[in-house]
Design a protein around this ligand. Structure first.
Ligand SMILES: CC(C)(COP(=O)(O)OP(=O)(O)OC[C@H]1O[C@@H](n2cnc3c(N)ncnc32)[C@H](O)[C@@H]1OP(=O)(O)O)[C@@H](O)C(=O)NCCC(=O)NCCS
Length: 176
């Protein structure tokens, strides 16, 4: 499976891609609460195995690749609920130098289209901490609606942080 955009494409992650993403993921303390898990060969292999177990069952996780075939991030339809036709979305661009270049936006457009039109999903949701202005702006730009706040739902570095919930319906795309 391959979802092709203008600057990037989405495709299944191979084992070596999982190692690359684990090794190259950086952390922006201005927008992220949790530091990335430190790389070990075992943890990267475990992540790869975990992806295979649930792929096309409860999630669809794909790598984000440049036209030079370099893996720069991953995007996922998660928690697929076939009874309610709903799922959550996850996204990460590994290196800070690859962020703010339009990659996350394009990856989201591709995976949202796949979820609504190929998986018969009706509702996608995403949640992010209050400090993650990058994710909040990205979701708003994609026409997600702000649906609510889980007050003090995240405890990190001795502080509680609110978690914001965003939702996008299939019919929101038709209206946009
Ligand atoms: C959130 C994240 C995925 C955004 O990906 P990205 O490739 O850097 O985003 P894009 O360059 O495609 O930006 C798309 C829009 O997102 C918003 N955005 C992205 N980075 C931003 C920043 N640093 N400050 C403010 N807005 C930002 C803007 O609205 C931007 O549109 P614009 O450039 O027209 O203003 C990236 O910062 C990341 O990987 N963060 C760590 C993981 C994470 O927070 N994941 C949560 C996803 S719900």
């Amino acid at each position: 499976m391959k979802l092709i955009g203008k600057e990037i494409f989405l495709a299944p992650l191979k084992q070596k891609d999982c190692h690359t993403l684990f090794k190259t993921t950086e952390y922006d303390p201005n927008t992220e609460l949790d530091r990335p898990v430190e790389y070990t060969k075992e943890k990267a292999d475990e992540w790869y195995e975990e992806i295979q177990k649930s792929q096309h069952k409860t999630h669809v996780r794909l790598g984000i690749f440049t036209s030079e075939n370099e893996v720069v991030g991953d995007v996922a339809i998660q928690d697929i609920d076939n009874n309610n036709h709903s799922a959550t979305l996850g996204l990460g661009i590994a290196k800070l130098s690859n962020r703010r270049k339009g990659i996350g936006y394009e990856a989201m457009l591709l995976i949202i289209d796949y979820a609504f039109n190929k998986l018969n999903i009706n509702r996608l949701s995403a949640e992010t901490s209050v400090i993650n202005s990058s994710a909040i702006n990205l979701l708003l730009k994609l026409n997600f609606k702000h649906e609510g706040v889980l007050r003090q739902a995240k405890y990190c570095h001795t502080h509680y942080y609110d978690i914001h919930i965003f939702g996008l319906l299939k019919e929101d795309i038709k209206k946009a």
